[in-house]
Design a protein around this ligand. Sequence first.
Ligand code: 3HC
Length: 289
Amino acid sequence: MQTIAVIGAGMMGKGIAQTSAQSGYKVLLTDVELAIAEAGKAGIAKGLGGQVKRGKMTEEQVAEILDRITPIGDYAPMAEADLIIEAATEREDIKIKILGKAGEVLGADAIMASNTSSIPITRMGATCPDPTRFIGMHFFNPVPVMRLLEIIPGLASSETTIARAREFGDKLNKQVILAGDEPGFIVNRILLPMINEAIFVLGQGVGSIEDIDNGCKLGLNHPMGPLELADFVGIDTLYEIVKVVYQTTGDSKYRPAPLLVKYAEAGWHGRKTGRGFYDYSGETPVPTR
Ligand code: 3HC
């Protein structure tokens, strides 16, 4: 594999593009329009600039990484990609539209992956021109830092596709784990009920935002408390994942906490909107309740 195309220049798409370029791949980065893909590359440049300031990288290394990333405004150039990774908004209708368009230009030997957090891979694969060459590749935020890559074969994914996805993960220096195509796969099946429960705990007045987060940070050695993590991942994204897991299993233990629904509906989506469980308008985040 030499060329990777990443569809979606949000938090996850940028992270996947940066990590792939850092591992020597040529990367084509796209979004709904060229300007967004260009802004995505500028965001990557800013992050890498920080690494230079901290003495972790040289200007030359950063220039080489950025040289490998090309923002594109339409799908045609992706015909040269060996792997196309969809990393768009966590909504099945949006993802299926993208996969349909990407499937039209997918090279004869190339494979296609979705970075979905929860949507069934088999179901999405069935909408692709060649389901044998489609697979789930679930990255974790921030992608350049988190060591894990969860690979989820669909019912139709071929052994070659699985092997190629694994080989890509190895090249990115990620620890690859293989998950079944079940709601939430492995990690989100475990993580989401924890975050959702923390929101129930908050809603029922059992603890304050600070005490819930400190409880998990200091009592469990988690790097971030569950509410801080919810803001970091995005409350809208979490809500979509919880809904998928709840609807697909029909199991009431996965029902979204009422406060999660309210925050999602209020547009209080966390860091990216400036407000979630914390307020991000000042220098340091302040709990909002
Ligand atoms: N890009 C590149 N490097 C980054 C980065 C980014 N966006 N963010 C942080 N880093 C690097 C820093 O440069 C630093 O590197 P160094 O050790 O070489 O100096 C290192 O990561 C630590 O960063 P900081 O010192 O700034 O901050 P912290 O020590 O507080 O760590 C954190 C930040 C790594 C985000 C840590 O708080 C953490 O691990 N949080 C939990 C993250 C997590 O759980 N992610 C998974 C979310 S679930 C998910 O993504 C799945 C989805 O489907 C829901």
